[in-house]
Ligand binder design. Structure first.
Ligand code: G6Q
Length: 543
C-alpha cells in the first residue's frame, strides 16, 4: 500500500496558512474590484454544467497552493489508480470501480485479465429487457394487469440515489408509472408507502447489495405478506424482483435467479445508483433514459480523468472544501438546490460526502492531522430563505454553499421559474457582497436600525447551473460530486470507500433487540439499562 502523505507536513499547507491571513484581511468586494476578469476566469463549463467559482474566498495564490497540495498528496496518481482498478479501498481490500458502470457500449476495462465492462454491459442488457417488458406490458402481474407502481425496498446507498433520481427525473418518467420507497425499519414507512396501492399493479424491487440488511429484509417480508395475502403465493414470481450481489440469499428469500439483477463488490453502496440498484430509475425513465444518465456520468469521468489540474472541476471543488475546513474554520457545507425536483439531492450528498470522508484515521491507520469531511446539509431554495438563511447572512459562522439551479424551467409555470432563478442569483450576490452600513443608511433606514440591517457579505458560494435537468445532466452532476469527494479523501490520505462507522450500528441494534423482547440482558451503563427497562415496560402494555 502506498503510504499516505500527511498534507499538513507539505510546503503547500504552510503556504496556504499564510494565504489564509491575507484572505481574512480582504473581501470579495475587493477581490472583484481588483480583477474585472475574475468571474470569467473562474467559470468552468463541463458536461452541461456551468460552475462559477468566483464567489469563493480565494485568490490566485490560494488556488496555486491548493493545486500544489493536490500534487504533493498524489491526487492524480490515486485517481489513475482508481480508473485502473487498483485496490484503493485498502481497509476492505477492494477495487473502486463505479466508473466502470458507465463505460459506453463497446468499451472495455480489463482488470486482472477480465473485462469488467463486459459484465456491466450484460447486466444492463438484462435490466433493459426486463424494463422493456414491464413498460410494454409483456411482463404483467398474476391477475394479468400491467405493473405501474414500483416499490423500491432498500436503505442507505440502496435507497438515497434511486429516490433522488425518481424525483429529479420526474419529467423524464413515462406517463402512468410511479415509484414509492420503503427504507426505514419503522413500520410507518411501509404503511405509508403501501397506502392506497393495488397489489395487482405493483412491482416490488428489493434492493440490497448484501441481502442481509436488517431493515430491508424486515420490509421485504412485510411487503411479501402484503402481496401474497392479496394475490396468493404465486405473486412473488411476478411481482418481486431483487437487486443484489448475494444470489444465494436472494434464492433463499424465494426470488428466482432470473429475477435477480447483479452487481459487484467493487461498487460501494453510495456509489451504486448507476448500477442495477438503479433498476427503479430505469423502469421509470426507460433503458434509453438510463443510458443517457450513464453518458452524463461518463462525460464527467472523462473530464476528471484527463483535464489538467487547474481546469479540473471536481478537483477544484474538492480543494475548495479543504481550504474552507483546513484554513478558514468552516465546519459544514450547505447544498441548496433551487429546484424542487432536486429536493432529495442534499440527503443523497450527505451520505456520499459524510460516509466517504467522515474518517479519523488515514488509509494506513494513523490519526489524521486535519479536520476531514464537512457536515453536509441543505434544503431546496427558496424554502430555506424563509428560515435558516438568517444565519447564513448575518450569523457568526462561515458556511460555504453550493447553490444549484436549472436554467430550463421544470414546469409550465414560467413566471415562477423566473422568480426562482431571481432568488438564486440574488442570494449569491447578497451573500458575497452584503450591504454595508453606509449603503443601509443611504437607503433611508433609521439610524437605530442600521446595525441590524447591515449585511457583512463575504459569505462564499459556488454557483452550479445546469442547462436542463435531464438524465444526462443528473449523471454529470452526481459524478462531479463523486469525484470532488474523491479529491478530498485523496488529499487527506483517508479511505473514502469504507464505512466502518456505519457497520457498528448494524451489530449494536441486533444485541439490544433481543433484550427488548425479553432475551438475556447484557451489562449496560445505568442510562442504557433504564431506556431498555422503560421500553420493556411500555411493550408489556401492547405486545
Ligand atoms: C453505502 C453503505 C450503506 C449501504 C446500506 C444498504 O455505501 O454501505 O448505506 O448501502 O447499508 O446495504 P445493502 O445494500 O447491503 O442492503
Amino acid at each position: 500500500m502506498d503510504p499516505a502523505v500527511d498534507p499538513t507536513t507539505t510546503s503547500a499547507w504552510a503556504a496556504l496558512g499564510a494565504d489564509a491571513e491575507r484572505i481574512r484581511a480582504t473581501t470579495l468586494r475587493a477581490l472583484f474590484a481588483n480583477d474585472p476578469g475574475r468571474a470569467e476566469a473562474m467559470t468552468y463549463e463541463v458536461a452541461g454544467i456551468c460552475a462559477d467559482l468566483s464567489k469563493n474566498l480565494v485568490d490566485d495564490g490560494v488556488i496555486e497552493h491548493l493545486l500544489d497540495l493536490a500534487r504533493a498528496t498524489g491526487v492524480e496518481a490515486r485517481r489513475d489508480a482508481m480508473f485502473r482498478g487498483d485496490r484503493i479501498n485498502t481497509s476492505e481490500d477492494r477495487r473502486v470501480l463505479h466508473i466502470a458502470l458507465r463505460i459506453p457500449p463497446g468499451g472495455s476495462l480489463v482488470v486482472d485479465g477480465h473485462d469488467v465492462a463486459a459484465d456491466v454491459a450484460a447486466v444492463l442488457e438484462s435490466m433493459g429487457d426486463f424494463t422493456d417488458a414491464v413498460r410494454s406490458g409483456a411482463w404483467r402481474g398474476v391477475t394479468g394487469e400491467r405493473l405501474t407502481t414500483i416499490v423500491n425496498i432498500g436503505i442507505g446507498g440502496s435507497f438515497l440515489g434511486p429516490k433522488m433520481a425518481a424525483e429529479a427525473l420526474r419529467r423524464s418518467t413515462a406517463a402512468g408509472l410511479s415509484a414509492r420507497f420503503i427504507a426505514n425499519v419503522d413500520g410507518a414507512d411501509a404503511e405509508r408507502a403501501l397506502s392506497g396501492l393495488d397489489p395487482a399493479t405493483t412491482l416490488v424491487v428489493v434492493s440490497s447489495k448484501t441481502f442481509t440488511t436488517l431493515e430491508t429484509m424486515a420490509n421485504a417480508h412485510v411487503v411479501r405478506d402484503w402481496l401474497t395475502d392479496a394475490l396468493g403465493e404465486g405473486a412473488v414470481a411476478r411481482h418481486m424482483v431483487a437487486v443484489s450481489t448475494n444470489a444465494e440469499a436472494v434464492a433463499a428469500f424465494g426470488i428466482d435467479a432470473g429475477s435477480m439483477f447483479g452487481f459487484w463488490d467493487f461498487v460501494g453502496g453510495r456509489y451504486s445508483m448507476d448500477s442495477a440498484i438503479g433498476l427503479s430509475t430505469m423502469l421509470l425513465i426507460g433503458r434509453e433514459g438510463f443510458a443517457d444518465m450513464l453518458a452524463g456520468f461518463h462525460a464527467m469521468d472523462r473530464h476528471f480523468a484527463t483535464a489538467p489540474l487547474e481546469e479540473n472541476l471536481p478537483i477544484l471543488l474538492g480543494l475548495l472544501r479543504i481550504w474552507y475546513s483546513g484554513f478558514l474554520g468552516a465546519q459544514s457545507l450547505g447544498v441548496m438546490p433551487y429546484s424542487s425536483d432536486l429536493g432529495e439531492l442534499p440527503a443523497y450528498l450527505q451520505q456520499l460526502e459524510m460516509e466517504s470522508n467522515g474518517k479519523g484515521v488515514t488509509r494506513d491507520g494513523r490519526p489524521v492531522s486535519a479536520d476531514t469531511g464537512p457536515i453536509v446539509w441543505g434544503e431546496p431554495g427558496t424554502d430555506g430563505q424563509h428560515s435558516f438563511y438568517q444565519l447564513l447572512h448575518q450569523g457568526t459562522r462561515l458556511v460555504p454553499l453550493d447553490l444549484i439551479g436549472v436554467l430550463a424551467p421544470l414546469s409550465e409555470h414560467h413566471a415562477s421559474h423566473d422568480q426562482l432563478m431571481a432568488n438564486l442569483i440574488a442570494q449569491a450576490e447578497a451573500l458575497a457582497f452584503g450591504r454595508s452600513a453606509e449603503e443601509v443608511a443611504a437607503a433611508g433606514v433609521p439610524s437605530h436600525q442600521v446595525a441590524f440591517r447591515t449585511f457583512p457579505g463575504n459569505r462564499p458560494s459556488t454557483l452550479l447551473l445546469l442547462d436542463e435537468l435531464t438524465p444526462f445532466s443528473l449523471g454529470a452532476l452526481v459524478a462531479l460530486y463523486e469525484h470532488e469527494v474523491f479529491t478530498q479523501g485523496a488529499v487527506w490520505g483517508i479511505d473514502s470507500f469504507d464505512q466502518w462507522g456505519v457497520e457498528l450500528g448494524k451489530a449494536l441494534a441486533t444485541a439490544v433487540a433481543d433484550e427488548l423482547v425479553g432475551g438475556p440482558r447484557g451489562p449496560h451503563d445505568a442510562s442504557t439499562a433504564a431506556a431498555i427497562a422503560r421500553y420493556r415496560a411500555a411493550r408489556a402494555r401492547w405486545a
